[in-house]
Design a protein around this ligand. Sequence first.
Ligand code: 5AD
Ligand code: FES
Length: 345
Amino acid sequence: MNKLIDKLRTAGSLSKSEFEELINCDKNTAEELRQTAEKLRIENYGHDIYIRGLIEFTNFCKQDCLYCGIRKSNLNCQRYRLSEDDIMECCREGYRLGFRTFVLQGGEDAFFNDDRLCSIIEKIKGEYPDCALTLSVGEKPYQSYKRFYDCGADRYLLRHETANAEHFAKLHPKSQTLESRKECLLALKEIGYQVGCGFMVGSPYQTVGTLAEDLLFIKELNPQMVGIGPFIHHNDTPFRDFPDGTLELTLKLLSIIRVMLPKVLLPATTALATIDPIGREKGILAGANVVMPNLSPVSVRKKYQLYENKVCTGEESAQCKGCLEARIRSVGCRIAVNRGDSMNI
Ligand code: 5AD
Ligand code: FES
């Protein structure tokens, strides 16, 4: 076996320069890495793939991340908010289809203040006590995170985007800092959330060095979930002319993360499915064990456009789930109808 893969598997980490070497590895080593990752996924999670029902409930956002299609400066973005009733309808349909985790994802929208969010959290957890509820609503004060947790939220997704402060500053306006992002992630952990961090592969100004720093940061944070997907340009952002992230590098990083944290939850993201017709399937074969299809009403799906050509925006939730089921079966796996809590505790 390749020495670096073996060291990563047995020691659980590598030095920065070793990570760089592994990220730069050739095709043969990449295939060996993939096989190791797939084996570890099966050892820890069997052939179960967990599904999370994503509800994109608002695309209003006060932030201005340079890569993102719903950034506040994008005046071409048609803004929408779902009502509490709309959100409950998404959950009802999702539950019927077998979803036992709902993910409320949205821009940083002042309309959904703590009171409004808590009311939605309580309503969902009241009607579906057997389901896990994940929030993905960006950076908030400690006290807000605490309130959401106390009224029933179980998990929180907040990608760190890059663990290198200079790189972070190239992706975001001055008002956003890596320091504050890290503080949020630590607060979420301390409160007791199951936490997900992550980054885009191939984001502008990313280097093999910053990727190695991402891996070291993830190892140190030891989150329950890691969300990674390729950067995909959006034509109404300052990054419109940057190239998209590649399938090969995304798959390689998925495998490295699986080998580094064998029990972590690892989604095969919609962005991965967008750059390759069977991107999600390839992601699963590279070690991923989660998929997060959209439960939002079809009428708003195209408006939640973080990047160009996002897939699955025209299908009803039931159609999408059927399609996904067949895709998951095609790689020898099955959808699990349960909360799918992380084994990485
Ligand atoms: N391409 C790929 N991923 C993106 N995200 C935002 N914009 C893009 C893009 N253009 C990712 C970010 C964010 C998550 C919700 O979506 O990493 O954290
Ligand atoms: Fe969504 Fe195929 S997975 S339509």
